[in-house]
Design a protein around this ligand. Sequence first.
Ligand code: MSP
Length: 644
Amino acid sequence: MEKSSRETFFITTPIYYVNDVPHIGHAYTTIIADALSRFKKLTGKEVFFLTGTDEHGQKIEKSAAEKGLKPLELADRMVGRFKDLWNELNIEYDYFIRTTQPFHEKGVQKIFQTLKDKGDIYKGIYEGYYCVSDENFLAEDVPLEDDGHKVCPDCGKKAGKVSEECYFFKLSAYQEDLLEFYEKNPEFVRPQSRMNEITSFVRQGLRDLSITRTTVQWAIPVADDPEHTIYVWFDALHNYLTGIGYDWNEDLYAKFWPPTVHLIGKDILRFHAVFWPAFLMAAGFPLPKTVFGHGWWLKDKTKMSKSKGNVLDPHIILKTFGTDPLRYFLLREIPIGLDGNFSHEGFVHRVNSDLANDLGNLLQRTLTMISNYFGGTIEHMDEENPQDVALRTDMNSVKEIVFNHYENYAINRALEEVWVYLNSVNKYLAANEPWKLAKNETQTNRLARVLYQAAAAIRAIAYLIYPVLPDSAKKIWEYLGEPNPLTEETYKDLAFNNFKLGRKIQKPEPLFPRIGLKDFLEEKETESKKAVKEEKMDIISFQEFKRMDLRVGEILNAERVEGTDKLLKINVDIGSEQRQMVAGIAETYAPEDLIGKKLIVIVNLQPAVIRGVESQAMLLAAEMDGKAYIPFFVEDLPAGAKVL
Ligand code: MSP
């Protein structure tokens, strides 16, 4: 198969567990991947951006059981939540892989078989401790607690004892090959500090790895020994191969394999930098170029966790600020390799100061002046003076630096540089005082030059921020009448003279309205209460649903409840007996029209007294424009028939 004529860039995110809804940490990895993909596309690379969900294993099995769902039902729901969030965050992924897709399962089984046939997998007995939350076998030296369990050193949860027959992968046999590979490929693990961590871990000696279970049902079975199911990490890591076409789309696979970068959180580095290359070496695949381990977003300086109630829901921020400010904050605030502490104060400050003040005001002021003083179009202007030349030529060096930072995964540095330049444009305007020039007719051509310089700078800035702030950049180009914004050619050349005279420039709407911290915190408060409520409403188990006794009821008679406009007192036959109920349907139905009608009634609801009348059942109705409408049966069902 032929390689692409253009250089390829294959980037992946981890595939996310579907035990719960996505949070800011998942959003972080995916936004980084999106920004890098967009940058690479604009620099002419052929990009493939793979993301998806990790759907097998004990963690999902357990979580689904707690919710009264089948694992696949839970996965289906969560996949929807992840895809919705990626949509809201403007993530342009190329493929979303689910590990429950048949081609993935088949691919994993095939590779497992290859390793087994080759003698890299053998049968034995595993005795040790397993952390379900991390889906991880604990190292032997983790101390035993008094009550006979071990505590997972990574997540702090209890790890239970496992003693079962399993297949082992001969990881120990790859120790030397791995060390040699790290030595020859110093870029394999980034940042550098993490590479040191990994090499010293491998040097300490590798033990063979258990890669099957006999007690986990929700997993891919070993093809020729289905009592054994494949360990979820062996399954999950291979998504990077199956997701790019291995064993089902040879062209795609040939074009993009091996990955340019696996972007992951630092907590799952060992899986990606030790186990994964060893599996690939064993099966004979070329190895990925880089595994980049990013830092964690903390809340109140600690790890976010459901039990602490400090998990950040990206929707609240998205609702208040929109997509670009969240993307900007996460990527600007910290270097990708380090941890960051999320604070609402820090967020509001960063967004107001960088986006609303620096960028928003520059755009607003410049374009409004071009509209007001030149009717939106600059036709001619003065020659450049040295200050103008400096602003123009500075852009060339800024561009170089910013591109380099993006290339080096230093997105925060790239943005920092853009802002240094952006503020020099603000200073240029302050020094040239176009609002004063506008008062003097002899200065019209100088005024035109100053505003042209600022607009040309804004156009170039929009290119530099596009990977992180794609929607805002697009809006800026629209205001500036940029003819072909997203081509490789335009991106290569951000020169001022590409900003041609005679363009029609629009007066912009404010791009980033300022947000008050108080409003934000209040919004956060109401939204999180709503989220908790929604979550409670969201999932009920089938068992819970079954507890409702729903029956066909036949209305025997109905009359208004005295002193009310809305309520009717209804007697209904539910087969075994008659019940009296009060329903708010008097504005929709006349009592006499209801006699003999059949409807759905819940008969085991706790009775209530409404306006002095006891209601011993409740009918089902839908609401529209404040009125209630009853779904009646058209068929002649017997009263008392169970509704399933
Ligand atoms: N399913 C595995 C990955 C398999 S990849 C073959 C997994 N899933 S996860 O949903 O638990 O985590 C996915 C990623 O989210 C990890 O890279 C993890 O580091 C990242 N984050 C989870 N919480 C995070 C923060 N609070 N901050 C930043 N990233 C964090 O692990």
